[in-house]
Design a protein around this ligand. Structure first.
Ligand code: OOG
Ligand code: NI
Length: 317
């Protein structure tokens, strides 16, 4: 049903080719994440098991080192090439981090019936460590590894989809030095471009879990700990973006000096986006994603970052 002057059929099918490649890449990133994070995998299955529900991803999140082309852009380029649009910057001066979020391209109609990476395309949240603001020792360690990756920064999405670091493994003492100064830096050194978390879109569930308070209770009843930094439920100042997250799983990691310890891996997040005031009058069946609160919130994100931190993991409340 091409209107005059609109893209003809042929370019429509080119778009579909790109979309299916994008989804295959997302599926590989997700597979790496599910293999490494048994709690996240089990939680996705649990949520699906209630009323045989489907999962929509609200967003996928990644961390990077903001130095010499290894930062946000290294991964963003892939998403921009496949139709994503860069949105607002978020800044976290105390953590020496910044982030951008990216909105997805328009979906093909089939997406609305799909599950997970085959459903509506997720937003993407990519942050970077402001490496120049770290201590000289920490900067030296980070640059030693980013430089050793040579042109790896051009292939960040591939590294994420493969679950491979683009640099060699660090020594245990280097990991500890980074962790002392920035949990984020230490996490990134051993996890690289791997998915940091996927986020379940809570309001798009069908079961009673479509309310984030019910969801949080359900997760805790099933024996999983939620990140309690600043309270379990994170609420944006406008009251319309509600988020919570689990604590990251740990994996055994063999450092280059032969020492093996557990290191934090990834977590899973939950987000409920409420209907914007100007669309309050719409009947529930007509409410679409574009009628809901979009974007991210610095105050929420600042606390969600703690989902991979040791203090949270060892149960400091
Ligand atoms: C990202 C934390 C922020 C959100 O949705 O605001 C976040 C991270 O831990 O890397 O996920
Ligand atoms: Ni998130």
């Amino acid at each position: 049903t091409a209107k005059p002057g609109n893209a003809p059929q042929q370019s429509q099918s080119r778009i579909k080719g790109a979309e299916s490649f994008l989804r295959n890449v997302l599926a590989s990133m997700e597979a790496v994440y599910l293999n490494r994070n048994p709690s996240a995998k089990a939680i996705l299955e649990l949520v699906r098991s209630v009323d045989n529900d489907k999962i929509c991803y609200d967003h996928l999140a990644f961390r990077t080192f903001g130095t010499d082309g290894h930062g946000i852009d290294s991964l963003a380029n892939f998403f921009l090439d496949f139709g994503y649009t860069r949105q607002e910057e978020l800044s976290f001066p105390a953590k020496k981090l910044k982030a951008f979020w990216f909105s997805p391209p328009a979906n093909s109609d089939a997406a609305y019936d799909g599950d997970g990476v085959h459903g509506p395309l997720p937003r993407v949240f990519i942050s970077e460590l402001l490496v120049d603001l770290m201590s000289p020792q920490t900067q030296d360690i980070i640059r030693k590894y980013t430089e050793s990756s040579h042109k790896g920064k051009k292939h960040a999405a591939l590294a994420s989809a493969l679950g491979s670091l683009t640099w060699e493994k660090p020594s245990h003492s280097e990991f500890v030095q980074l962790a002392r100064e920035s949990e984020y830096a230490a996490w990134s050194l051993v996890n690289g471009y791997a998915v940091n978390h996927v986020t379940i879109s809570i309001h798009r569930l069908k079961s009673h879990l479509r309310n984030i308070k019910n969801l949080n209770e359900f997760i805790e009843e099933n024996g999983y700990k939620l990140n309690s930094e600043g309270g379990v439920l994170k609420v944006s100042p406008d009251g319309l973006l509600l988020q919570s997250s689990t604590l990251a799983d740990s994996v055994s990691f063999e450092f280059s000096d032969g020492i093996t310890t557990t290191v934090p891996c990834s977590y899973i997040e939950f987000a409920e986006r409420l209907v914007l005031p100007q669309f309050k009058h719409l009947p529930e069946t007509e409410v679409k994603e574009q009628h809901r609160r979009d974007g991210f919130e610095v105050g929420n994100a600042d606390k969600i970052f703690e989902s991979t931190s040791k203090q949270q993991q060892t149960g400091k409340a």
